[in-house]
Design a protein around this ligand. Structure first.
Ligand SMILES: Cc1cc2nc3c(=O)[nH]c(=O)nc-3n(C[C@H](O)[C@H](O)[C@H](O)COP(=O)(O)OP(=O)(O)OC[C@H]3O[C@@H](n4cnc5c(N)ncnc54)[C@H](O)[C@@H]3O)c2cc1C
Length: 104
């Protein structure tokens, strides 16, 4: 696998869903590359999962505590919430109540 310096800042991203767009955004924000080509097979962005999801910022509670998935989920949710607030976009801080149906 090539490092970013070996790529001479040129990056090709295939798929303009949440993941492809977030990677492009981070590459520009972190000044890793501004020479990005984003290829999307549809005429518009986010027509698949990214444009149809429920919009929940998951808290990471379903992942094993301390696991990489849990850590990334928790920090990602915090960063995304901050990003939303900074841009004055709407967000509902409704929380979530989980009721166990049986004793574990
Ligand atoms: C019903 C539903 C509800 C969900 N609810 C939530 C939620 O509440 N919270 C949450 O965090 N997650 C939720 N998810 C999951 C979340 O939406 C996905 O994990 C996320 O959108 C995946 O993003 P992605 O960019 O990987 O994929 P996608 O959004 O599918 O983007 C992939 C893109 O690649 C393009 N593409 C594919 N093949 C090619 C090709 N060969 N050439 C060019 N372009 C190509 C597609 O057209 C598409 O635009 C939900 C998912 C679903 C289906």
């Amino acid at each position: 696998m090539l490092s970013f310096s070996e790529l001479n800042d040129k990056v090709l991203i295939i798929g303009a869903g949440m993941v492809g767009l977030s990677i492009a955004n981070q590459l520009v924000d972190r000044k890793i590359s501004s020479n990005i080509v984003l290829i999307e097979k549809e005429d518009l962005l986010g027509l698949h999962s990214s444009g149809r999801n429920s919009g929940v910022l998951h808290a990471g509670i379903y992942y094993k505590p301390g696991s990489l998935k849990a850590k990334v989920c928790i920090s990602g949710a915090k960063r995304l919430k901050k990003w939303i607030v900074q841009r004055g976009l709407p967000i509902s801080n409704c929380g979530k109540l989980i009721v166990p149906q049986k004793k574990s």
